[in-house]
Write a protein that binds this ligand. Sequence first.
Ligand SMILES: Cc1cc2nc3c(=O)[nH]c(=O)nc-3n(C[C@H](O)[C@H](O)[C@H](O)COP(=O)(O)OP(=O)(O)OC[C@H]3O[C@@H](n4cnc5c(N)ncnc54)[C@H](O)[C@@H]3O)c2cc1C
Length: 303
Amino acid sequence: MIELRRIVEGPMLIDELMSKHTSYGIGGPAKAYITPKNTFDLANILQFAKKHNIPTYFVGSGSNLLVSDDGIDGLVITLGKSLKDLKIIESTVYAESGVMLGKLVKECINRNLSGIESLVGVPGTLGGALVMNAGAFGGEISNCLINVSSMNMFGEIKKYNKNDINFSYRSSTFPKNEIIISAKFKLIKSDKDTVNLKKLDASGGRKATQPLKFRSAGSVFKNPTTGHAAGYYIDQAGLKGTKVGDAEISPIHANFFVNHGNAKANDIIELIKIAKKTVKEKFGVLLELELKTLGFKSGTFKV
Ligand SMILES: Cc1cc2nc3c(=O)[nH]c(=O)nc-3n(C[C@H](O)[C@H](O)[C@H](O)COP(=O)(O)OP(=O)(O)OC[C@H]3O[C@@H](n4cnc5c(N)ncnc54)[C@H](O)[C@@H]3O)c2cc1C
């Protein structure tokens, strides 16, 4: 770590609690939490990690992450506070992956550009949104995508056209050992009223259905491909309001598990297991995690 510190130009926090970097407010220490200063710094860090075989994980702003209470035995790299360039020329948008999705959506709405306005209110960075293929109220981030640049562990820039990547519901096939650094989008010129109406529909729907006052990571499970939404099954299984420690299956939205202040990853895991087991027993439906998990032993989430 001392040798790594010598080469890192951006902030490098040793034994940094991931609870400070997740929307859940949960997670033990990462060996180092690094915000590279720029792409040169990033390339040096990735090459160092590769050369020394140090496990390396990429995160955005942690709004879809459950991190183990035991922490992460490796480097955690985020571009969330460094790569934030955003350029909009007519209807073409170029953004670095650390740009907050909310800012990107707002800037497009302000220019009457249509295509991503239904994503208003989705937390997180552009990088996280691309990996998750973030979506809401009928729109997905991949809809208007042209291409993406990433960096591999050798510090080389790779470029992918939209068709090189499979995007599906809350999923993409970006290589796991590359970090997304920027993306280009082509939006549709529209008019103020149309864009605003879509935005208001989405933000109204979100406020009406989600427990936004408490810490969460959004939906815990993906909606099954057939039948009902995951939240419907959890609700019908009578699990709304179920508590383990300081974690609760939200009484407002059964697919949101909230942290009332001092919840641990283990509390959320217990709730995940209760929901999976009960929904499987009652409805024969196997719920699949939408949350991304870091630092857990394999089999942790099995019921
Ligand atoms: C209140 C609330 C509401 C939400 N509503 C929605 C919603 O309506 N729709 C929706 O889709 N999601 C929703 N989410 C989930 C979350 O906001 C999205 O998944 C978001 O896109 C995650 O972005 P992030 O930057 O926080 O990524 P993180 O949570 O930090 O990471 C998510 C995944 O992306 C990877 N990753 C992140 N950045 C990079 C990068 N630069 N390069 C490579 N890999 C990277 C991580 O390794 C991880 O696998 C909600 C969350 C909350 C808390």
